[in-house]
Design a protein around this ligand. Structure first.
Ligand code: G4P
Length: 283
């Protein structure tokens, strides 16, 4: 499978981020806790150099707790502040304000020495499509937020949100990058649903997922679908189709439907808490 494209709105979004980075104190980067490295846009490190950095392991409810902790340590070891969050249910959200102040304490101190008091921290929120940025901002800002509209020096129509007197957020559109050097990155993004399914072959994708699950979470498919985890991935998919009565014309197994069912179950956490990549592979 090959993933390579870069729609025009992504080029535009990147330009918007580059134009606004000078106004920013802190970059809040949402990653998917199931694939914390593969869901990071590699261009963000360059964009955010010399800025305070906060990584949010979002959708932590869908990944294994022990690996969430291991990933948090991994990123802390690289100098990032890290918080595990479940934006959908509000988990971890309460601690964010404190972490933002802590991550920006040098800047706040610098301001204080210059006699600048009460200038809010300005944070840019970034993340790939579907990582949960809107859900996170809504959870953090709640109803209290007010959009501050355009600021001088800021490109028109930008999405500034004033959280309170201490923090202002700049929302940015989710962007992917032009080319995946490593095809497994594209594959993992497809598993979690960040690459549109229309451009992918669901059966191929499902078989790749079956391969991973059999290797790293042996027995999980058997438990979920009451099937034999056959060696052959396509056979496994047929077994799922059979077990879930995915049929065409009343009798033939519909492996396409079974593939979509499997991917959907995985993406919504119905197979269990599953982490797709592990820190030791990025030591
Ligand atoms: P985006 O702005 O980054 O594109 O993402 P968005 O907030 O729209 O979230 C994408 C999907 O991820 C949504 O599901 C949202 O509910 C879900 N989501 C966001 N954060 C979390 C989280 O921490 N845990 C879990 N389990 N899910 C999360 P959806 O199916 O598109 O919508 P909905 O049916 O949930 O409303």
């Amino acid at each position: 499978m090959h993933f390579q494209w870069y729609p025009g709105h992504m080029t535009k979004a990147k330009r918007m981020m580059q134009e606004n980075i000078k106004l920013i104190d802190l970059v809040i980067e949402l990653v998917d806790a199931r694939i914390p490295v593969s869901s990071r846009n590699p261009e963000i490190d360059d964009l955010g150099k010399n800025k305070a950095r906060l990584i949010l392991l979002n959708k932590s409810d869908l990944a294994e707790d022990k690996w969430n902790d291991a990933w948090a340590e991994y990123f802390k070891g690289k100098g990032y502040s890290v918080v595990k969050v479940n934006s959908k249910k509000g988990g971890g959200i309460k601690s964010i304000q404190g972490v933002i102040q802590e991550a920006c304490k040098e800047k706040i101190e610098r301001d204080r020495k210059r006699g600048i008091l009460n200038r809010p921290v300005r944070a840019m929120v970034v993340g790939i499509p579907n990582v949960g940025k809107s859900t996170f901002i809504n959870a953090l800002a709640g109803k209290a937020c007010t959009k501050t509209g355009n600021k001088p020096g800021v490109t028109k129509g930008k999405q500034w949100i004033r959280l309170n007197k201490n923090v202002e957020l700049l929302d940015t559109p989710g962007i992917l990058w032009p080319k995946f050097e490593d095809q497994t990155v594209g594959l993992r993004l497809a598993f979690i649903g960040s690459i549109k399914d229309e451009i992918l072959n669901s059966e191929e994708l499902a078989m790749e997922l079956i391969g991973f699950l059999k290797q790293s979470y042996s027995g999980i498919l058997k438990g979920k679908y009451q099937i034999e985890e056959s060696e052959d991935h396509f056979e496994c998919l047929r077994n799922i189709a059979e077990s879930r009565h995915c049929l065409v014309k009343g009798c033939e197994l519909d492996t396409e439907k079974a593939a979509r069912l499997l991917l959907d179950d995985f993406r919504n956490g119905r197979i269990g808490k599953i982490t797709l990549e592990f820190p030791q592979d990025y030591a």
